[in-house]
Structures are given as C-alpha cells and as structure tokens.
Design a protein around this ligand. Structure first.
Ligand code: UD1
Length: 419
C-alpha cells in the first residue's frame, strides 16, 4: 500500500496546468472501439482508471500505447466478452457495453465495480439499451446481451444518469436511424463525447441539453482528439489553495464548467477571476461557512466536489449544511474528519458542519477517490503530520497529486506503507 505523509500549514501559491478529464477520457476510450482505425487522445492523463480501461480494451482485442502527445488506441475489437476481474475494478467498464453492442451486436458483461459511494445500479443503462431492442438475460451477475435486433429508438431516462446517457449515445452511433435520448444528463463530459464521436464521422447533436439526437452511421473512423480539461481536478486544486489561505492560477480550465463550485468558493470569501481557459483564486486567511450546498446533476453542484467542500467547511467560520442528492454513501469522510477534530453530524442525506479553527493530523485511509482527495486537503491545513494510506484510490483520478501540490509549496511525499 502507498501513503501520503503530509505536514500542513503552508499557504499554497503558484500556478498549475489542469490535465484532461478522467470522466471525459473513460467514455471516450470506450467510444474508440466504435472505429476500426486508430485514435489519438491528446493529453490523456496517466491515471490508474485509464490503465484499467486499457487492460480491459486489450482483452477485447484493442491495443493502445503511450506516445509523447497522448494515448494511441488501435480501435476495433475482436471479442465482446468483458473480463470479470478487471470490470469489477472499474465502474467505467459498463461504458463498453453500448459500443460493443454497436459493433458486434452481442456482449457479455458483469456488474461493474468502482468507488464504494452508493448502490450505483445500472438499471438505466440496461433499460435504455432494451428500448433499442437489446435482449438481456442475467445469470449469477453475468449479463448476456443480444443486440441482433437493435434499432433506433426514443429513449427516455427516468433520471439523467451520466453513464446511461453516454452508453445509449455510443450504442446508437452505429445503429441505423435516429435515436433520441430525453431527460439526458447535461454534464460537459457528454458534450465532449459528442465532439469525439462527431470527429470520428458520427452525427450526434444536443449534448449539454436534456435532449440528445443520434443519427446512426454505417461506420466511424479514428480521430485525433484532445479531451476537455478536468473540472473536478481543477475544483480540487482550487480547494487546496482555499483551505490553506493561498493563491492559485489554473491554466487549461473551462470556468463555465465550474460555475456552481466557483459560486460556493466566492460565498466562502475567495476572490476569483475568470478568464478564457484560466482561473485564479485568492483565499482569505479563514474561509466563511456557506449556507447550504445541495449536490445535483449538472448544472447543479457536482457530487464529485462535495467531499472537498466538506473539508473546507470543516475549518470555515460558522456552520454549513450539505445535502447529498446523487450518491447515498458519500458521507463516509465525515467520520475521518471528526477524528481530526471536525464537528460534523450526519443525518441521512444531510450533514451539518460546524467549522472549527483547526484540525489535527491523524493516520487515516482513503475510502473513495474524492473522499481521499478531501483527506489530502485537510492534511494541507492540519498542524501536525497526517498519514493517508490507500492513496491508490486517489491515483485513480489524479495524476501525481503529490507532485502538483509540492510545486505549490505543500509538504507532502509518497511513501510505501506496510500493512
Ligand atoms: C459519473 C461520473 C462520476 C460522477 C457521476 C455523477 C464517470 C466515469 N463518473 O458516474 O464521477 O460522480 O457521473 O455526476 O463519468 N443510477 C441509477 N441507475 C443507473 C445509473 C445510475 O440508479 O443505471 C444512479 C446512481 O446510483 C447515482 C445517480 O444515478 O445515484 C447518478 O449516477 P450517474 O449519473 O449514472 O453517474 P455515473 O455515470 O456512474
């Protein structure tokens, strides 16, 4: 196991270039198998989830290799059987179901894994594909999908699931006729997937709005594509500066993707300037509590930024309320923060956070990706040493977080920890 050993108290200062978004790259990697020719994902982040996805693609017959400017994926596939062990490691494996069906008209998948932040069912993915004529039977957690009678359809999602929207778009990209997704998720990563598929010769319109229209084409070709900047990594580094009373400038960032987060940070007393592809934040010496933060599908406050904001609220002046509406188990962090001296009470989907003046360092373990990142934030301001183990979970979504933070002046190093 690996850990971060940290000593807090440094005010972070400096600039950082934000990498490509994990949540855009993973569905784009899945979509790359819609083509037979290679795609290059320019600036693809070298994070653990990308490596897991590459391994899954390889078992399906799709090779990939790192080049200096990004990841080259061969496209095409020879098998529709998803490997069980790997699929359980990363939830995004479910994104492959739509594209495999689009190419081969059959697929075998297992229920996916991923962060332990809630039930995370896949019923919406499956009902969307069923609307398109896919027949699905399940035995012992293995789903056999027969797409021999797949057709375009009007797919209405009961809830705007990001993954389900993406899966249906990818399945429909090579299915004759016009498929419409209504009550589609509006996250920016879906716009990015649309742009990539269209760069491959596809016809997808409306992403970013609640109705997405996909006109199926007979074939798609590989493309050179630069996925969008990571709005959640950007938000996390803004929070890192904020919790230390520091200053940061982010390059390669889309401020319009972060509207809800920036609003909360301003409410907490941060001065923020937005430019084209650039953002700068100057934090007060002590943050102010925010009133209420409710996570919602985009353009509401992103659930992935909820844990980092809880860390900020823990040391802010005054009381804050967080209501988690998207994932039911995303408050596991509160117990760790309380061990550090925070005052957080959780009742169901709501948390009341009474800000304290300072936190003290403890040994703790990352339980999920964003909760792990939030522990790092508290380690930046806790006076004593903090040891965070299980940082492999953080590596799933942040590329060498400790290197970026060190450049900004933090005292943090990666160590190996014996269990
Ligand atoms: C994606 C993001 C994740 C983010 C989430 C919400 C990726 C790789 N991950 O996850 O970081 O936190 O969007 O912004 O892009 N649900 C169902 N049935 C389904 C599918 C989802 O009930 O078939 C529920 C989930 O349990 C959850 C909610 O819908 O409560 C949102 O899930 P969804 O939007 O699908 O998130 P993901 O695509 O898994």
């Amino acid at each position: 196991m690996e850990g971060f050993l940290m000593r807090g108290g440094e005010r972070l200062k400096g600039s950082l270039r934000v990498g490509a978004a994990k949540n855009a790259v993973l569905p784009i990697l899945a979509a790359s198998i819609l083509a037979d020719s290679p795609s290059t994902l320019v600036g693809c982040p070298r994070i653990a989830d990308v490596e897991s996805m590459r391994s899954i693609l390889q078992t399906l017959g799709c090779e990939s290799r790192w080049e200096p400017d990004g990841l080259v994926v061969s496209g095409g596939l020879s098998s529709g059987e998803m490997p069980e062990k790997l699929s359980k490691r990363v939830r995004s494996s479910i994104f492959l179901l739509g594209p495999i069906l689009a190419r081969l008209r059959h697929a075998t998948v297992v229920y996916p894994g991923g962060c332990e932040i809630g039930l995370r069912p896949i019923d919406l993915h499956l009902s969307g594909l069923k609307r398109m004529g896919v027949e699905i039977s399940e035995t012992g957690g293995v789903l056999r999908c027969d797409g021999s009678r797949m057709h375009a359809a009007d797919v209405h999602l009961d809830y705007p699931s990001v993954g389900a929207t993406e899966n249906v778009i990818m399945a429909a990209a090579l299915t004759k006729g016009v498929t419409t997704v209504t009550n589609a998720a509006r996250e920016p990563e879906i716009e990015d997937l649309q742009a990539y598929i269209n760069a491959m010769g596809g016809h997808v319109q409306g992403a970013g709005s609640p109705t997405v229209t996909i006109e199926g084409t007979r074939e798609l070709h590989g493309a050179v594509y630069a996925p969008m900047p990571d709005r959640i990594a950007a938000g996390t580094y803004l929070c890192a500066a904020a919790i230390t009373g520091g200053e940061i400038t982010l390059d390669h960032v889309q401020p319009r993707h972060l509207t809800a987060v920036l609003q909360k940070l301003r409410e907490m007393g941060c001065e923020i300037e937005e430019g084209e592809n650039v953002l700068s934040l100057k934090a007060p010496r002590r943050l102010q509590a925010f009133d209420t933060l409710q996570t919602q599908p985009h353009p509401g406050f992103p659930t992935d930024m909820q844990s980092p904001m809880m860390a900020l609220a823990a040391v802010a002046r005054g009381s804050s309320v967080i209501v988690e509406n998207v994932f039911e188990n995303r408050f596991a962090l509160a117990a760790d923060l309380n061990r550090m001296g925070a005052r957080i009470r959780v009742a169901g989907r709501a948390a009341l956070i009474e800000g304290v003046e300072s936190l003290h360092g403890v040994s703790c373990q990352a339980r999920d990706l964003r909760g792990g990142a939030a522990l790092v934030l508290t380690g930046l301001c806790a006076k004593e040493e903090t040891l965070i183990t299980g940082v492999e979970l953080i590596d799933r979504g942040y590329e060498r977080m400790e290197t970026e933070l060190t450049r900004l002046g933090a005292q943090i190093r990666r160590i190996s920890v014996t269990e």
